[in-house]
Every structure is written in structure tokens, then in C-alpha cells.
Design a protein around this ligand. Structure first.
Ligand code: UTP
Length: 408
């Protein structure tokens, strides 16, 4: 983009303060800032503060799950099918580790967090151990793709190197960086984090497949003949990765996607519920549902909308490629955004001071024609670490790990 065009674009979008900052820079600084501005999707930035643009929900209906009792009856059959797929190299895993873990308040990648009590036990280490349970059984390795961001990529790779990949073969691990998105104040003005840089942060966990495609990692998926990808979050230290029973059940169901779900602890639990929306699978938050829907029950007394997702999904790769160009909803989220003030000093706010724009992996489910809702037992498979203490914390995850016989 020519300089005059760049200045026009910024002015047209109400970003005169960036023009002023730009004019003060030397040639290298100008180039750096211009490159960031050129990547901005202005239709997204203009959503700041416009709640009315939030998506209306369609017609919701319950989606029944494959429940634990049913899974147990067919465990051997599912496991065999799943292990066959893994042995045939058809299953890969994608670790979503591009987030900033702000609630945990640790600098650097969340996976580097040490949750040990008497020894060092890192989150990444726990995840790799869980994956090794499966690969030991299968007698072969599962390709692992790790999504990072500009903010934590180098540190993540250095940590894996330092720890010798926690015993996983390095040639089966590939890192790729996700896209970054700008942040704005409550009036839609772009924040800057340095004299020559916008305040950029990872664009949510929903763009992972797009990022696999643009970074070229998808070529590795294809070259290896991987047909299914198991997506999982960095912070659930109990989860089963490339779980053969889940893979087998999903293959057996004929569905093109699968989601691990847990039974809700109570109707208002803050967990995204897997259901049908306008006949397609969809994940809906409790605050998007009416009280009547939340409390509706089936003939057997169970909640109709009874199963919440735990960010562990299986997606068929050919279907992911089909939906690659489809637009996903953008979530405008209030956050604490570090920025430089008019004197160039870095400010780290204590309370939310603007918006970030995020894509969420849970919106991806709605792009698939069907999804197997697969129940797991919460106490065996769900120990997310979001906070230091309290709900979904280091403390609660430690207790669950110990309950499952993990030494800390
Ligand atoms: P969370 O929504 O819990 O976000 O991410 P977070 O960044 O880890 O933590 P907070 O909200 O700042 O405290 C759920 C999963 O999605 C990944 C995270 O790394 C985690 O595995 N994620 C999130 C990304 O990979 N990229 C993102 O931009 C955001």
C-alpha cells in the first residue's frame, strides 16, 4: 500500500491518532506499522461496541449424546476401530496453545506452568504423558501439531527442546503460529503497544485450521495421510488425546465430527452446551438460552440440554478443507489491554479498557452437518486450569489429578 493510501485508510476508519504516530517514525518503523495496518479487517474493527451485531440464535433443539453406559457396552469394539485408525496413521492431534492465559496470570506459555507439589510437573508434560498412554498402546506415534502465537512461539519451542519433548519423538511434533488481531478502546480507536506497533493479540482459538493452511502445516497433515484431527486445549491436564475409544465411536457413528461432553453439574453451569440449532449441531452458552430451555427436561427427568463441551473435538480433514473459506462469527470481548499512553509509557490496566476480536473453535461445530456428542466422566477427563485458585484452577486440577493416581 502506498503511503497516501495507508493514511487515507486510517483516516476513513477514524484512526487519525495512528496517522500521527506513523508520521513520527523512521523508515523502518513506518514499514513495520504499515505492515500491521494493511492486515486489518476493518469490517471486524467496526464491530466494537455494537452489541446489536451479535448473532441471533436460530431454533434450538436437544441433541442426544452417546452416553457413558452405551460407550462402556461397546468399549472393546470402539477401541479396536480407533486403534486401527491410529495405526494406519489416520489420526493427528492439534494442541491449541496460542492463548495468553491471562486469568492464570503467568507470563509466557501456559503449558510451562509447573503444577507439581513434590517435583516438577509441567502442563505440557502432563499432556504428552496422556498422549503417550495411547501411542504406547497403539505401538506407533500420532503427529502432534502445536498452535502458538507471536507472543509465545519461541518460548514454547525452546521449552520443548529443553525438556527433550517430554519423551515424544521430535519428528512427530510441528509448531505453527496463529493469526494476530488488533485491539481497540471502547470508542473503537486502535491501541498501540509500542511507538511502531499496534497492540496485537492472538485472534482466538477458532482460526486454527486456517492457520494450519496458511503456515503450510496442513501439507504435512496431507502428506502423512491424516484423515482426522483431534483438537484439544492446553489447560485440561486430565484429557485423553487421540482417545481410541472416542475415535472408534465417531467412525462408527458415521458423523464427520465428534465432541467430548460432560453432564452438566447444574442447569445454569457456565459451560457451552452441545445441541441442534436450525437442525445442525451447535454450541450455545447458558446466557444465550431462555430459562425455559435451560430447565426443560426429558421424560426420564434428565435436562434436555444436558451436555457441555470440554474443548476436545474430532474433525474430518476433508470436511475442514471444505469449510476453510467460510466466515466464522467474530466475538467482541471486553479485555484488559496493555497500551502506550500519549507519553509513550506502557500502561497495564487493572480493569477492562477495550475490546479484542476473537474467533472461537466452538463456532466451528455449526459448520459441520453432524457431530457425535460423546459423554465422558468429568472426574476422569476434565481438569481445566484457568485460574490460580477456586473453580477450574491449579488447586482443583491438582486434586483431580491425584484422584486419578497422578503423582505431583
Ligand atoms: P481460553 O479461552 O481459556 O483462553 O483458551 P486463554 O488465553 O488460555 O486464557 P485466558 O482467557 O487469557 O485466561 C482455551 C484454549 O484455547 C487456546 C488456549 O491456549 C487454550 O488451550 N487459545 C485461546 C488459543 O490457542 N489461541 C487463542 O487466541 C486463544
Amino acid at each position: 500500500m502506498r503511503e497516501d493510501e495507508l493514511i487515507n485508510v486510517l483516516k476513513e476508519n477514524g484512526q487519525g491518532h495512528i496517522v500521527e504516530a506513523y508520521k513520527k517514525l523512521d523508515a523502518a518503523g513506518k514499514e513495520r506499522l504499515a505492515a500491521q495496518v494493511e492486515k486489518i479487517d476493518w469490517s471486524i474493527v467496526s464491530m466494537a461496541g455494537h452489541e446489536e451485531l451479535a448473532q441471533e440464535r436460530g431454533k434450538l433443539e436437544p441433541l442426544s449424546a452417546l452416553e457413558v453406559s452405551e460407550i462402556e457396552k461397546n468399549r472393546a469394539k470402539y477401541e479396536e476401530t480407533g486403534l486401527d485408525a491410529i495405526k494406519a496413521g489416520k489420526v493427528g492431534a492439534v494442541l491449541l496453545a496460542g492463548g495468553q492465559g491471562t486469568r492464570l496470570g503467568s507470563d509466557g506459555p501456559k503449558g510451562k506452568y509447573n503444577i507439581g507439589l513434590t517435583k516438577e510437573v509441567y502442563i505440557f508434560e502432563r499432556l504428552i504423558r496422556n498422549l503417550l498412554d495411547v501411542t504406547d498402546k497403539a505401538g506407533c506415534f500420532v503427529p502432534l501439531y502445536v498452535m502458538t502465537s507471536d507472543k509465545n512461539n519461541d518460548e514454547t519451542i525452546a521449552f520443548f527442546e529443553e525438556k527433550d519433548y517430554f519423551g515424544y519423538p521430535k519428528e512427530f511434533v510441528k509448531f505453527f503460529k496463529q493469526e494476530m488481531a488488533p485491539s481497540v478502546d471502547f470508542n473503537g480507536k486502535l491501541y498501540m503497544e509500542a511507538a511502531d506497533s499496534l497492540s496485537l493479540s492472538p485472534n482466538g482459538n477458532g482460526g486454527w485450521f486456517y492457520s494450519m493452511a496458511v503456515t503450510g502445516v496442513l501439507k504435512d497433515v496431507k502428506a502423512r495421510g491424516v484423515e482426522w484431527l483431534n483438537i484439544f486445549a492446553v489447560d485440561n491436564v486430565l484429557q485423553r488425546i487421540a482417545d481410541p475409544v472416542f475415535v472408534g465411536a465417531t467412525l462408527d457413528s458415521g458423523c464427520v465430527s465428534g465432541a467430548k461432553v460432560v453432564r452438566k453439574a447444574e442447569p445454569m453451569e457456565k459451560i457451552g452446551v452441545l445441541c441442534l440449532e436450525d437442525g445442525r449441531p451447535s454450541i450455545v452458552e447458558y446466557y444465550e438460552m431462555t430459562e425455559e430451555i435451560i430447565n426443560s427436561r426429558e421424560a426420564n427427568g434428565d435436562l434436555s440440554y444436558n451436555f457441555g463441551v470440554i474443548l476436545n473435538y474430532l474433525f474430518r480433514v476433508d470436511k475442514l478443507e471444505e469449510i476453510l473459506s467460510q466466515k466464522m462469527p467474530v466475538h467482541v470481548v471486553e479485555k484488559k489491554i496493555p497500551y502506550i499512553d500519549e507519553n509513550g509509557a506502557l500502561v497495564k490496566p487493572e480493569t477492562p479498557n477495550g475490546y479484542k476480536f476473537e474467533l472461537l473453535v466452538l463456532d466451528m461445530i455449526h459448520l459441520f452437518e453432524n457431530c457425535l456428542s460423546y459423554e465422558v466422566v468429568r472426574d476422569y477427563e476434565f481438569a481445566p486450569i484457568k485460574n490460580k485458585t477456586g473453580v477450574d484452577s491449579v488447586e482443583s486440577a491438582r486434586a483431580l489429578l491425584q484422584k486419578n493416581g497422578v503423582e505431583l
